[in-house]
Design a protein around this ligand. Structure first.
Ligand code: ATP
Ligand code: MG
Length: 194
């Protein structure tokens, strides 16, 4: 499961656990993205803060792990390269799944050559409030056989909203794991809006 994880929240964790169960996966590996110093026009927190928060959030689940693959690779993050690298590192034959939310899946399908990345893994697209995956299903159910839609309990939680809340002094408790909440306070993240 790739993501900026700035910060990781319960929407990410519920999605990962649902995929684990629904597709009987052995494990879910979280891959914080390398340094997109800017995401659109906003600054992104440093990779070590995002990595540590992801470790804290996933530590209690024996089937969750966190990879430094993308944050340790210089240059921009390309999902195709990441999937190829994971296959190279694996011992023997493995089935790779890439877990995304509906918004990220719709973005991937809009990339220039989605077929190359779709050939590398089976994509799991989780429903997310505000994004219409049904539209995608109607449009292209058979031309993308490597994409499955997964229904999860709707969680209208986003990192964008969490950052806004911290800057505005609103509570984020119970939107993120307790340890992540503590880390955000201790490191002084998101206190001022960009
Ligand atoms: P931002 O608001 O900064 O974009 P985000 O909440 O979308 O943050 P990302 O790190 O961008 O989090 O997302 C990583 C992956 O998790 C993406 O595939 C995204 O679609 C998915 N995801 C994030 N939040 C949810 C949620 N509430 N429900 C389902 N999927 C989610
Ligand atoms: Mg996002």
């Amino acid at each position: 499961m790739g993501g900026t994880f700035d910060p990781i929240h319960h929407g990410h964790l519920v999605t990962a656990e649902a995929a684990l169960w629904r597709f009987t996966l052995d494990e879910v590996m979280f891959l914080p993205t390398g340094s997109p110093w800017m995401k659109g026009d906003r600054p992104v927190s440093g990779p070590e803060d995002r990595y540590l928060m992801t470790v804290i959030a996933t530590a209690s689940n024996p089937r969750f792990s966190v990879s430094r693959l993308e944050i340790d690779r210089p240059g921009p993050t390309y999902t195709v390269e990441t999937l190829q690298e994971l296959r190279r590192q694996a011992e023997g034959d493995i089935d790779l799944f890439f877990i995304t939310g509906a918004d990220a899946m719709l973005e991937i399908l809009e990339w220039k050559d989605p077929h190359e990345v779709l050939a590398q893994a089976h994509f799991i697209a989780a429903t997310r409030p505000g994004y219409d995956l049904a539209r995608f299903q109607e449009r292209a159910p058979s031309s993308h056989p490597n994409v499955s839609v997964m229904d999860i309990p709707a969680l209208a939680i986003s990192s964008t909203d969490i950052r806004r809340r911290v800057a505005a002094g609103e509570p984020i408790r119970y939107l993120v794991p307790e340890g992540v909440h503590t880390y955000i306070e201790k490191a002084g993240l998101y206190r001022s809006e960009p």
